[in-house]
Design a protein around this ligand. Structure first.
Ligand SMILES: NC(=O)c1ccc[n+]([C@@H]2O[C@H](COP(=O)([O-])OP(=O)(O)OC[C@H]3O[C@@H](n4cnc5c(N)ncnc54)[C@H](O)[C@@H]3O)[C@@H](O)[C@H]2O)c1
Length: 271
């Protein structure tokens, strides 16, 4: 039985993926910081589901998640780095504290970056480590949950948008290197899906014709599981369709040369 780790697996997209994988014969570690929901869900889903309380923004917590999963199931074949949160601090507010009679700026809360960007990078780093140690040289696949806000501007949640754009850049950058070890790295970019992420009043206000069904998101995950040639992809999931988005076109020949023909100069330079 293949083994998966799904972060943010106690709700929404992660939970739907957990159920999908279990119904297709996987063993799944559900990783989430919500221990109450995670424990309950794992006990309801049967013996192939295992819950590990995890804060993806913590290196120690994710390291423990991967180590425990590998010890328990003896391999790790698929990692969905899916846990994510929205902005915890508006970048538009005028936030200050008084020192004497002087207004001084307050350090911004960057928790979103710790969860949505550091979290997947820790997950990728750990996934590669354990894939290389799978029995029989069997390698693995990573899918990170980005967003359609990783492809377009999103003024209400700019930190979130920065992280999700970062994920697209990350998978496109590492995929050509890891494919040499038969490891694929992709991301999904869902449009609006009804989950516990957005405030309840927003979910209620969203016109139904603009809500993407969970089945489209699962279709994108499954495509990455099925197709070993898909890597470095950003799969935009909107309504019933999955669009594998191309990188931007080059504006001139120099930019094409920079990204397609100058690799030796960069590799030698950073050696
Ligand atoms: N719902 C959407 O419309 C939508 C669209 C695009 C992308 N996404 C992305 O999908 C992913 C899943 O979100 P969702 O919509 O299913 O939301 P959700 O809130 O229903 O589920 C997120 C889960 O992640 C967990 N979580 C939060 N912080 C965590 C942390 N530090 N460590 C471990 N677990 C943590 C939560 O407890 C929760 O169970 C996120 O990365 C989100 O940005 C969602």
């Amino acid at each position: 039985m293949p083994v998966a780790i799904v972060t943010g697996g106690a709700s929404g997209i992660g939970l739907a993926l957990v159920k999908h994988l279990l119904s297709n014969g996987w063993k799944v570690t559900i990783a989430d910081m919500n221990a109450t929901a995670g424990t309950k869900i794992a006990s309801e889903l049967g013996s192939s589901a295992y819950f590990h309380e995890t804060d993806v923004s913590s290196w120690d917590s994710q390291a423990s998640l991967f180590r425990t999963t590998f010890e328990k199931f003896k391999s790790i074949d698929f990692v969905a780095a899916n846990a994510g949160i929205d902005d915890r601090q508006s970048l538009y507010e005028d936030v200050y504290e008084m020192v004497g009679d002087t207004q001084v700026p307050v350090k911004p809360n960057l928790k979103t970056l710790e969860v949505d960007l550091n979290g997947p990078i820790y997950g990728l780093w750990l996934a590669i480590f354990y894939f290389r140690r799978n029995p029989g040289g069997k390698k693995g696949k990573v899918v990170i949950t980005s967003s359609n806000a990783g492809l377009y501007p999103f003024p209400t949640n700019p930190q979130y948008a920065a992280c999700k754009h970062g994920i697209v850049g990350l998978v496109r950058s590492v995929a050509p290197v890891f494919i040499k070890e038969d490891i694929t790295v992709n991301c999904i970019c869902p449009a609006f899906v009804e989950t516990n992420l957005a405030p309840k009043n927003l979910v209620k206000a969203m016109p139904r014709e603009h809500v993407t069904p969970m089945s489209t998101v699962i279709k994108a995950f499954q495509s990455f599981i099925d197709d070993d040639t898909l890597t470095g992809q950003a799969a935009e999931c909107s309504l019933g369709d999955v669009f594998y988005r191309p990188v931007l076109e080059y504006p001139n020949e120099s930019e094409r040369w920079m990204f397609e023909e100058s690799s030796k100069i960069w590799e030698d330079g950073y050696e």
